[in-house]
Design a protein around this ligand. Structure first.
Ligand SMILES: Nc1ncnc2c1ncn2[C@@H]1O[C@H](COP(=O)(O)OP(=O)(O)O)[C@@H](O)[C@H]1O
Ligand SMILES: [Mg+2]
Length: 255
């Protein structure tokens, strides 16, 4: 099977004198879960930032199918159907859980500021659609019961799910998750794994940055291993797990 939806070619990102990504190539199959692993500082978040347009690569290119998306501003990349969550959950403090998800839909709405301010009929229809869609996303992640609570009142595990719900509200084809299990307990991590598999079953392609190896091995179809900005291995979980370079990198850590 070869149905590459997202491809990176020789991605390079330099911060001052530090090469955070060293000519990284990668390919993500449509409908798969691709895990991006590696020690702290390996360049995982930088790669997610480059894919989502938060950072521009210094060299190389990223393609969504045949369309070059690297260099586009992040809102354009979002409009192409690429959504993300952040390593540290980004929650709007003074909004309800539902409103936090509705924020994620602005990439899909058409109403301009003035027609929204005038509350024209198509705007009201659109608002209803937004609220319904946001509620459905909360349902998907299991947060329907908390829709009207203040988002900051949620425990950390639920805040991470809320961020996923917000990303889903943009109706992405590709979802980039940056350490979604950080701060979750074992039970919450297991539930997250099930959620990720359900999203895959809905046809969403997932790129998962994760430290929890049990979660990675449970859900990933492909694993890409970064170390000091270089891709040192990629392949299915079993082959990566037994790759001597990967073992060396992980044994070198304090874990
Ligand atoms: N905005 C930045 N400015 C300078 N250095 C950065 C910046 N972002 C990341 N880095 C550096 O790039 C390297 C890779 O970081 P990062 O992508 O966050 O790693 P990971 O997510 O794998 O832990 C690290 O050495 C980090 O300190
Ligand atoms: Mg990171």
């Amino acid at each position: 099977m070869n149905n590459v939806i997202l491809e990176g070619i020789a991605i390079r990102k330099v911060f001052g004198g530090l090469i955070a990504l060293h000519n990284v190539d990668f390919a993500v199959q449509k409908g798969s879960i691709t895990a991006l692993i590696g020690p702290n500082g390996a360049g995982k978040t930088t790669l997610i930032n480059v894919i989502s347009g938060l950072l521009r690569p210094d060299a190389g290119c990223i393609k969504l199918y045949t369309t070059v998306i690297s260099g586009l501003p992040s809102h354009d990349i979002a409009r192409h159907g690429i959504a993300r969550t952040f390593q540290t959950a980004q929650i709007f403090a003074h909004m309800s859980v539902l409103e936090n998800v509705m924020v994620g839909m602005h990439v899909r709405t058409r109403s301009g500021f003035f027609s929204a301010a005038l509350r024209l009929p198509h705007v009201i229809r659109e608002e209803h659609h937004i609220a319904r869609r946001a509620a459905a996303c909360l349902e998907t992640v299991g947060l329907s019961n908390c829709a009207h609570q203040l988002a900051t009142s949620l425990p950390i595990g639920s805040q991470r799910l809320l961020e996923i719900a917000r990303a889903l509200a943009a109706e992405p084809r590709i979802l980039l998750l940056d350490e979604p299990a950080a701060g979750l307990n074992t039970q919450e991590t297991r539930a997250l794994g099930e959620l990720i598999l359900r999203l895959k079953a809905q046809g969403i392609t997932i790129v998962l940055v994760e430290h929890d190896m049990e979660l990675v091995m449970d859900v990933a179809d492909e694993i890409i291993v970064l170390d000091f900005g270089k891709k040192i291995a990629c392949g299915p979980p079993l082959s990566v797990q037994t790759n001597p370079d990967v073992i060396r990198v992980y044994l070198g850590q304090e874990t």
